[in-house]
Ligand binder design. Sequence first.
Ligand code: RB5
Length: 182
Amino acid sequence: MGTGTLTFDFDSDSAYVAGIATKPDVKVPVPFTIGEAMKIAIGADHAGYQLKDSLKKLLDELGVIYEDFGTTSAQSVDYPDFARAVAQGVAGGKFDRGILVCGTGVGMAITANKVPGVRSAAIVDTDTAKLSREHNDLNVIALGARVLPESRAREIVKTFLQTPFEGGRHAARVSKIESGRT
Ligand code: RB5
């Protein structure tokens, strides 16, 4: 089991909601655990490749293993190609979770959700990132490089990685998603 220290950035209100912050100028180290040998598939389109590079550095800092599915430049590409590759990697079990970046995160999430077994959403804040792990077992996060400050995107990814699925009643609901029943 890998361990480390997560430092919340205080440009979001997540630390206050979590009850761990009292002053906006103080950084509070929070212990966290990332599952042993967690493997991440990461991909982006031309709008997201720079943020992807920043998130890869974050994964390096956290000691998380990843595979980069591209793209690697500002040359225009089609986001579904990258979303599908990452989603299929997660659905097939080669990767534990996926990270996708485009302009808004929306096209990536729509595409990823077409792959059975993938639960994806465009996430813009750490509270939703946490709840989407706890309640929905989100396994592919989609981020928008054109709508998110880099520091918040990093916080969101940390939260996505560190937060376990709660199971219980939520497991029954997620099973209904996967089986297509209501
Ligand atoms: C590319 O211009 C843009 O449409 C794409 O990055 C994404 O925002 C789609 O959802």
